[in-house]
Design a protein around this ligand. Sequence first.
Ligand SMILES: [Zn+2]
Length: 144
Amino acid sequence: MVSQSSGSDVNSNRSWDPLCSTCGRVTTVAKSWTNDNPGRRFYKCVVHGFCNWADEHSPYGWQKVSLLEAIDEIKQLKESLRAMNEQMVSGSNTDLLKTEDEEKKKLEISVMAATEREKMLRQFILLSWGGFIVVIGLILAMGK
Ligand SMILES: [Zn+2]
C-alpha cells in the first residue's frame, strides 16, 4: 500500500517539458531557492515565469536530489581549489600567481554559496521529516 521509499523515480527519463499553460510556449526547468522550496525544480516560461513544479509527484525526492547535486558541486569546487593551491605552491611566475589568486577567491565564494545552500537543504529536510514524525505521533496518540 504505502509507496516504496527507493526514490528511483526521482530522475525519471522525462525528455519533454510541458508547455506554458498561459501562452503555450516551451518551458525550461529552473530551480527555486526560496526558503519554502530550496532547490525545488520548476518549469519556467520566458514570459510568465513560474508555470508548474517539476517535482510535484515526489514531495521529498526533489530535496534529496538537490542536496546530492549541492554536495557534488561542493566536491568539484573543492577539488578545483586544491588543484589551484598545488599549482600556486609549485608556480614561480608572479603575474600568473596574481590571476590565480583572483580565480581562487571566486572559487572560494562559490564554495561558500554552495555550502550555504547545502545547509539550508539539510535544515529543510530535517524540518520536513520532523514535522512528519510529529504528525504521525499525534495520529498514533489520538488513536489510542
Ligand atoms: Zn507563458
